[in-house]
Design a protein around this ligand. Structure first.
Ligand SMILES: NC(=O)c1ccc[n+]([C@@H]2O[C@H](COP(=O)([O-])OP(=O)(O)OC[C@H]3O[C@@H](n4cnc5c(N)ncnc54)[C@H](OP(=O)(O)O)[C@@H]3O)[C@@H](O)[C@H]2O)c1
Length: 331
């Protein structure tokens, strides 16, 4: 029986939030397996803000060409194999969508993942995947010290929620900035952040000042714009700004938002980073993250949307704040 492969293809480059038709669902037959190939069936897709960037611009990866299958990180199981390195039942993460032929080319960046009792498959897309790794290495760049104040934006998201907990493990005072009272309550009550600021409240700047009486030593920046400016205003001498993401600019035409004057006057070291630079150390980081999770030092939450056809709406949720923790599409 021929299997049908459902794939979302990029039909037009979005302006602002994704509009209907920017991504179109197509079906095509799954090709027959040849020698040296395996067939992977994707179960979950990781929904990441960078997908919106890949739709429009060449950055650390080239923009997805129009008409091509949209690039996404995913979790898959090998369902058939004529490949020496993969057997039926192996579980992999990488750049995937629906059914994928795995062969000798490195185009999918595949990584085998173990089956661990009581650990869900989706963890390999969140805490032990792109977000945990990004939080881990970003916090390594931040060189946190006991008693320092760390502020993280998009704090109830997949990356920010882990950043704050790693800050607590290092003994920092951790303040998170998020867009709803529920998210603020989750990160303080369940995750142990010292304070949370809802940036949609009119007095959020005063609240940020009250929550950071000794100034700010580390800005783990996920958002940019007005939030970043306000955090920068409160930075201490020789603070560190970890420029992880600028999500408030991804759906706008003008992404220029850094206040270079403040960075200069306060002698701040600002370091941008892309998680792919750390690929050779992923196993080391995943081992540490896994231990922290096992001993209850890291908690996570997931927002799961059902159905590949809902992926375009799911991408928009990242920009409207519809997710708490890791956003995943169950294919
Ligand atoms: N450098 C790297 O290698 C790397 C790797 C992974 C991720 N990142 C970056 O890390 C950041 C977070 O990514 P994630 O995957 O963990 O996503 P996420 O935080 O799970 O989801 C995005 C969240 O951002 C918040 N947000 C969206 N638009 C905003 C705005 N205009 N102002 C303030 N907050 C806004 C929303 O929460 P609220 O309800 O709180 O607004 C939303 O839930 C992104 O900037 C991403 O590009 C960088």
């Amino acid at each position: 029986m021929t299997l049908a492969n459902r794939q979302l293809r990029l039909q037009s480059r979005p302006k602002g939030l994704l509009a209907p038709g920017d991504l179109q669902l197509n079906e095509s037959p799954v090709p027959e397996l040849g020698d040296g190939q395996a067939l992977a069936r994707v179960k979950y897709l990781s929904i990441d803000p960078t997908m919106r960037v890949w739709m429009v611009a060449d950055t650390y990866l080239p923009a997805v060409p129009l008409g091509e299958v949209m690039r996404a990180l995913g979790f898959a199981e090998i369902i058939e194999s004529r490949h020496p390195d993969y057997k039926k039942g192996d579980r992999v993460t990488g750049l995937l969508q629906d059914y994928v032929i795995v062969d000798a080319s490195a185009k999918h960046f595949l990584q085998k993942v173990p089956k661990i009792p009581f650990v869900s498959d989706t963890v390999f897309l969140g805490v032990l995947g792109i977000n945990g790794l990004t939080a881990f290495f970003g916090m390594e760049i931040a060189t946190p010290k006991k008693g320092e104040t760390l502020v993280v934006s998009a704090a109830a998201g997949a990356t920010g929620s882990i950043v704050g907990q790693i800050g607590k493990i290092h003994g920092c005072r951790v303040v998170g900035i998020a867009g709803t009272d529920d998210k603020c309550s989750w990160i303080t009550k369940d995750l142990g952040f010292d304070a949370a600021i809802n940036y949609k409240h009119a007095d959020w700047k005063q609240k940020l000042a009250a929550a950071t009486p000794n100034g700010i030593d580390i800005d783990f920046e996920n958002v940019g714009g007005e939030i970043m400016q306000e955090v920068l205003n409160r930075m201490n001498l020789h603070g560190r700004v970890i420029l992880c993401g600028l999500i408030s600019g991804y759906t706008k035409e003008d992404p220029s938002m850094a206040s270079l004057g403040t960075i200069l006057l306060k002698r701040l070291r600002v370091q941008g980073f892309i998680i792919l630079d750390y690929a050779s150390r992923f196993m080391e980081a995943a081992t540490q993250l896994g231990q922290w999770k096992m001993f209850g030092k890291l908690k996570d939450r997931e927002t799961i949307v059902e159905g590949l056809e809902k992926a375009p709406d799911a991408i928009n949720m990242l920009f409207t704040g519809g997710n708490t923790g890791k956003l995943i599409v169950k294919v």
